[in-house]
Ligand binder design. Structure first.
Ligand SMILES: [Zn+2]
Length: 206
């Protein structure tokens, strides 16, 4: 059966417990053509990714090999970070995030998901202004649509078995939360790939 798979996880950073480099290495070694997208936090708990150049280099290698793509997941990942900020604050945090990615020489695509899905009209306007292309959104915020942004909704929460659909967009985490952590669901994902004719897409290719 031919399936398209957008495999994506939330919360990537170099800090524990969200650092999942060993699971990335494992997935790439099992499935050399795999594409995995990560909604990445530039400054989780106030610590920028640039604090760990060695980690950045190992992620960069996966990016260069075409296995990994990074997208934006807020800036600090405070609770519902982008739900209550005004437009200027949203824009500033997106620009700060971009500068952290640049400082690490880690390319990030202009695809966004709010921490804890949090979103507002101001946040959407700031994404439009900064030429973001995709918003990975939640049903709760379906009213916040934008003509300039492609809105995307997951249909396979990795805690569950895959739905019958031919086009699958996952929802999972880089750490063990919500029963859909990358480590906890790795064998399930791997089995799915082994038993289907899978075409991979990054989050910006939808
Ligand atoms: Zn998150």
């Amino acid at each position: 059966m031919s399936k398209t798979l957008v495999l994506e996880y939330d919360d990537l950073t170099h800090l524990a417990p969200e650092n999942c480099l060993s699971e990335i290495d494992e997935l790439v070694s099992r499935h050399p053509n795999i594409k995995i997208s990560f909604f990445t936090v530039p400054m989780m708990r106030g610590v920028p990714l640039s604090n760990d150049p060695n980690w950045c280099a190992r992620i960069r290698k996966h990016v260069d090999n075409g296995n990994v793509c990074l997208a934006y997941h807020g800036f600090l990942h405070t609770p519902e970070e982008f739900k209550t900020l005004d437009k200027t604050e949203c824009e500033l945090r997106l620009r700060f995030g971009e500068s952290v990615f640049k400082a690490c020489s880690l390319p990030a695509c202009k695809v966004f998901r709010g921490p804890h899905w949090g979103l507002s009209v101001a946040a959407v306007e700031s994404l439009e202004k900064l030429d973001f292309t995709h918003l990975y959104n939640h049903e709760d915020y379906r009213h916040l649509v934008s003509e300039k942004l492609t809105s995307v909704y997951y249909n396979w929460n990795l805690k569950d078995d895959p739905p019958k659909d031919d086009f699958l967009i996952t929802h999972g985490h880089t750490h063990d939360v919500c029963q859909n952590g990358i480590k906890q669901t790795l064998d399930k994902v791997s089995r799915f790939i082994d038993s289907n004719d899978v075409t991979y897409k990054f989050v910006y290719e939808v």
